[in-house]
Design a protein around this ligand. Structure first.
Ligand SMILES: [Zn+2]
Length: 454
């Protein structure tokens, strides 16, 4: 765990430069995807970086990295009274796939200032702005306020765009998913990174297996199988990877137990595993539809339809399962999604029998649960994705249960570090004809589009 380097880098010069370049209106904004371009690709190359590599003003490593201090030479690093370190600047890292991360965004040798710099809690002045800016680093934090102690609303990767409404030396006020948030100015640039330059060929389509070095991988018990990554074709490729997880379909999964929570704490809601339990079925077998059809067959049929629609729309797709059996438990599926995708959608039907409609499993409003990592840093993203998916389904004419959400403490949610949702498309009595599955896939695609601002 890194301690915050309480160095301040005054980026007035950079801010002026950004202002001077103005809004690059010739570029098509690519909106606030949590995922542009090298997000998942970088993750594949940086096992275990998820969660630990998030950056903003406080997460700058002292290691230095290949870029050295660069423009930091022109900035003051001490005594300016704030807890924020603006690291390697956007301009200096350039568009060529060399975006800063927690290791490379360093301001070498400035950690000594940490103890001497007082916290500044006074509200800073923000200069008004109205421009589209682009994220220039990996896992850049979007915060609820202009402080590194404020809540992390989301993390963004290179190329994600936001509207900037104001800035000061270290913080930019931005509009993210309709809300006013803050991002360290050092990770924003008015210039859109070049897309092709950051696409890394090593992440070509193919199998993705659980890397034992990935965060939480050790909690998985069944992980000899492989997910499959598909890339969208050329021009329309968005550089956003959606993990499609056809629920269930792991032989032997119901006789193996895994920890409900990575910290070993008790489940806070009942469900297929009761509240208070600390272990749950690694992957359950799923329910059986009223007509005798097993749930895993239907989740797979929908997953394949959704895959086709997502690829056609330009999304890369990480398929957890494309046959009746994949030897990946819920934790393995989740950790693979964490490291190789920008969101994780698990498809299910519920075990009730009244055709009650679709809903998503929202993050329980339970303070212990919402304060447990990685839930703490990601629960809002999970719920935002769920709301987007329900919105898409509703617009497609799908029947929605109640308000479309049901609080549930799930293994998937408890280990997810990317926006992640278990969505129940209906129940045992629901129709799952080809036409209905088409409609569901269409609604889910619309929800994904809405979530990523596409
Ligand atoms: Zn299910």
């Amino acid at each position: 765990m890194m301690t915050a380097n309480n160095n301040r880098v005054v980026l007035t010069l950079l801010a002026s430069l950004l202002l001077a370049t103005g809004c690059q209106s010739k570029y098509q904004p690519i909106e606030t995807s949590a995922a542009q371009l090298n997000g998942p690709l970088a993750s594949l190359h940086q096992p275990g970086s998820q969660g630990a590599g998030q950056q903003d003003a406080d997460s700058v490593s002292s290691k230095g990295g290949p870029f050295g201090p660069m423009e930091q030479s022109s900035v003051s690093a001490a005594g300016t009274g704030n807890d924020s370190t603006a690291a390697a600047s956007a301009e200096s890292t350039g568009p060529a796939g060399t975006a800063v991360d927690a290791e490379t965004a360093a301001s070498a040798g400035t950690t000594a200032a940490a103890e001497t710099v007082p916290q500044d809690t006074a509200a800073p002045e923000f200069t008004a702005a109205d421009e589209t800016v682009y994220v220039t680093g990996s896992d850049v934090n979007v915060r609820s306020s202009y402080s590194t102690s404020s809540e992390i609303v989301a993390t963004l990767n290179t190329g994600a765009s936001v509207k900037r409404t104001g800035y000061n030396g270290e913080w930019s006020r931005v509009i993210y998913q309709g809300k006013e948030c803050y991002i360290a100015s050092a990770y924003l640039s008015a210039e859109e990174p070049e897309r092709q330059a950051v696409v890394q060929p090593a992440a070509a389509e193919g199998e993705v297996r659980l890397n034992p070095d990935w965060k939480y991988a050790e909690f998985s018990e069944i992980n000899s199988g492989a997910a499959m990554l598909y890339r969208a074709d050329g021009e329309k490729r968005k550089g956003i990877t959606v993990c499609v997880n056809a629920g269930h379909g792991t032989k032997g999964g119901s006789s193996v137990k895994t920890l409900c929570h990575p910290d070993g704490s008790q489940k806070v809601t009942g469900g297929s595993t009761a509240a208070g339990a600390t272990t749950a079925t690694a992957v359950s077998g799923g329910m059986t539809f009223s007509d005798g059809t097993p749930e895993p067959k239907v989740t797979l049929a929908l997953a394949l339809k959704l895959k086709a629609k997502l690829l056609d729309a330009g999304y890369d797709v990480l398929m957890i399962r494309e046959s009746d059996d994949v030897q990946l438990d819920n934790i393995a599926r989740t950790v693979i999604a964490n490291n190789a995708a920008d969101c994780h959608i698990a498809l299910h039907w519920d075990s009730t029998t009244n055709n009650k409609g679709a809903f998503y499993m929202s993050v329980p409003n339970n303070s212990a649960y919402r304060n447990m990592e990685p839930v703490k840093s990601h629960w809002q993203q999970h719920n935002a994705l769920g709301e987007s998916l329900i919105g898409g389904l509703r617009d497609a004419g799908v029947k929605i249960f109640s308000n479309g959400a049901m609080e549930m403490d799930l293994t998937q949610t408890s280990y997810s570090t990317v926006p992640s949702v278990d969505i129940e498309l209906g129940d045992k009595a629901s129709d799952y004809s080809d036409a209905t599955l088409d409609t569901l896939a269409k609604g889910l695609l619309a929800g994904v589009n809405a979530f990523f601002g596409q």
